[in-house]
Design a binder for this molecule. Structure first.
Ligand SMILES: NC(=O)c1ccc[n+]([C@@H]2O[C@H](COP(=O)([O-])OP(=O)(O)OC[C@H]3O[C@@H](n4cnc5c(N)ncnc54)[C@H](OP(=O)(O)O)[C@@H]3O)[C@@H](O)[C@H]2O)c1
Length: 140
């Protein structure tokens, strides 16, 4: 992957790994779009990095994912990279009855969202130079 001159949408760019990627890619001269559920975190980062594009989104909701991609492409028509970073780990001990709503939220965030988002951006990425989709996963 070329590390500069991209327009990159990073899901969950408000903390830890996603935030680090956003800061790093901004520093390398990329346009960076991040999303997250908490607006206060997005506003804080926007104040710190005025060039950062921030979009509030809940990746567990299909409509919110569709809106994220629509808004990202509208604001940044050169979008050529999607980094599926947002992920949660809620389900722990599988030897006891599990909290089904937590499991559904985890699967929606970690699996359905990356698949859906990827399908939503493919047409856009096909039209751009050096396109790519990066999936950040976990051992669990
Ligand atoms: N940290 C590790 O040691 C580690 C190890 C292996 C793999 N990973 C993987 O790396 C990725 C990032 O992990 P992390 O540790 O950086 O996680 P983190 O600090 O908990 O950050 C998660 C990010 O995703 C966002 N997010 C979570 N649920 C969301 C939702 N429904 N809609 C929109 N945004 C959502 C959070 O923002 P809001 O809360 O504001 O929505 C936050 O920006 C994950 O996929 C994780 O599985 C991490």
């Amino acid at each position: 992957m070329k590390l500069t001159g991209n327009t990159i949408l990073i899901t969950g760019g408000t903390s830890s790994i996603g935030k680090g990627l956003a800061q790093h890619f901004l520093g390398l001269g990329n346009t960076v779009i991040i999303c997250g559920r908490r607006n206060d975190r997005l506003e804080e980062l926007k104040a710190q990095y005025p060039d950062l594009v921030t979009i509030q989104c809940d990746l567990t909701a299909a409509e919110s994912r569709e809106n994220l991609v629509r808004q990202a492409i509208h604001e940044c028509p050169d979008l050529n990279i999607l980094i599926n970073n947002a992920g949660i780990q809620l389900t722990g001990d599988l030897t006891k009855p599990i909290d089904l709503s937590a499991l559904e939220r985890e699967i929606a965030t970690n699996l359905i969202a990356p698949i859906h988002l990827s399908s939503l951006v493919v047409e856009q990425l096909r039209g751009r130079p050096e396109p790519g989709i990066v999936n950040i996963s976990s051992m669990r």
